[in-house]
Design a protein around this ligand. Structure first.
Ligand SMILES: Cc1cc2nc3c(=O)[nH]c(=O)nc-3n(C[C@H](O)[C@H](O)[C@H](O)COP(=O)(O)OP(=O)(O)OC[C@H]3O[C@@H](n4cnc5c(N)ncnc54)[C@H](O)[C@@H]3O)c2cc1C
Length: 360
């Protein structure tokens, strides 16, 4: 199988790397090995590769920057195609066409340079345009689809098709029509804004991200999609609803802790998460798992954990929320080349299947 793949890559001049180390190179530093990682340099190369793989019946997974995917360390994967070299974009008078592999953060910068507004809240999302469209990424009230005009993708018949935004069902963190399609590029509408306002907004979101996100350890951002913006608040509601007094007290302290004047204190003691400690102190629920990021329980901080430990944490959070949260991170269990540890894999799959059963 591997020689077939390398032959196809050689025919089209597509770079690849064999025995790619996922544990060192995936964004969350999860997984072990991948037999072959392929890096097409253009949309045409990606299309040719896909057609050849379909023809030869070669199973592969397309990935962007791996910022939403948890890999298993109990198996060696076969073949991933990374889009991260497809970074071109073309600006027109009122629109832009951007390739699927361009980083969302870089794209926001590209647009800021040209005084384009409407993308500011996407600053800091570490994925690619293709990955962002795959799960309708968004933040701070902004969504990747806000200014979308249409998307070019490879259909199941291996033809390139264009779908207009009006034909897409845009849901919270998903677009069903784009599921399992390979996104090649997207076209966005451009609206001119005022430099100073774009800068002000982008700085605000950047600072906010730095404050509330895990920056020390590898992670995958939010593990769960939660009903409101902050899982700390959602879990607080779940665990305090039996006792109105505690609920009100916690709400007050939470509000105070996250007020602007206390920003300095939070910065001085970055590992001290007051709402977190309070839950523990009041014995309402102790989120004292070492796996949790100090900034939010909805993110793991990978301190060289096994995938099993991370999945156990996923399950703990799921239970603690009474199943009222839905997995945002993707646990990738397919594309197996070799199972390294069958028992471990079985345990990981069991946990993963629990997580797919959500009440939402
Ligand atoms: C620190 C951090 C902060 C984050 N903040 C946010 C946030 O604020 N808001 C938010 O929504 N998300 C956030 N995320 C999650 C993640 O960045 C987004 O989901 C991102 O859009 C994923 O892009 P990616 O290129 O990394 O995709 P990957 O993780 O590589 O892939 C994710 C899925 O998309 C598919 N995919 C990737 N490229 C393509 C393509 N070209 N065609 C078809 N399918 C494709 C893959 O097959 C996979 O199923 C954050 C993650 C981290 C680590």
């Amino acid at each position: 199988m591997l020689s077939k793949i390398t032959k196809i890559c050689d025919v089209y001049g597509i770079p690849y790397k064999r025995e790619y180390n996922l544990g060192k190179n995936s964004y969350s530093r999860t997984g072990t090995k991948l037999r072959i990682a392929i890096f097409p340099l253009s949309r045409e190369q990606l299309l040719n590769l896909h057609r050849s793989f379909i023809y030869e019946d070669i199973d592969y997974k397309v990935l962007g920057n791996t910022t939403n995917v948890l890999f298993l360390d109990s198996q060696i994967y076969k073949c991933f195609v990374f889009t991260t070299m497809l970074t071109d974009y073309e600006l027109y008078k009122n629109s832009v066409i951007v390739d699927c592999g361009r980083s969302v953060t870089e794209f926001v910068r590209d647009l800021s340079m040209h005084s384009i507004t409407g993308f500011e809240g996407l600053e800091g999302i570490p994925g690619t345009i293709g990955g962002a469209l795959n799960m309708n990424a968004g933040a701070y009230g902004y969504c990747i689809t806000d200014n979308l005009i249409d998307v070019d993708f490879i259909d199941s018949d291996t033809n390139v098709r264009r779908i207009a935004k009006s034909d897409l069902t845009i849901l919270n963190r998903s677009i069903p029509q784009l599921k399992d399609k390979i996104i090649l590029s997207a076209k966005f509408n451009l609206v001119e804004g005022v430099h100073s306002r774009i800068e002000k907004l982008t700085r605000k979101f950047h600072i906010s991200r730095h404050q509330y996100q895990e920056w020390v350890y590898p992670n995958l951002g939010s593990i769960y999609i939660v009903p409101s913006l902050n899982i700390n608040q959602d879990l607080r509601k779940i665990h305090t609803k039996q006792n109105i007094a505690i609920m009100v007290l916690y709400w007050l302290l939470f509000k105070i802790w996250f007020t602007r004047p206390l920003f300095v204190i939070r910065r001085l003691f970055p590992s001290f998460n007051f709402p977190f400690r309070l839950l523990k102190f009041l014995k309402i629920k102790s989120y004292n798992s070492e796996v949790a990021s100090k900034t939010t329980v909805n993110t793991f901080a990978n301190k060289n954990y096994s995938t099993l430990e991370l999945l156990e944490y996923f399950v703990q959070l799921h239970k603690d929320s009474n199943g009222m949260i839905k997995l945002e991170n993707e646990i990738y269990i397919e594309n197996i080349d070799t199972v390294l540890d069958p028992d471990m894999r079985a345990r990981q799959l069991k946990l993963a299947s629990k997580l797919s059963r959500s009440k939402l």
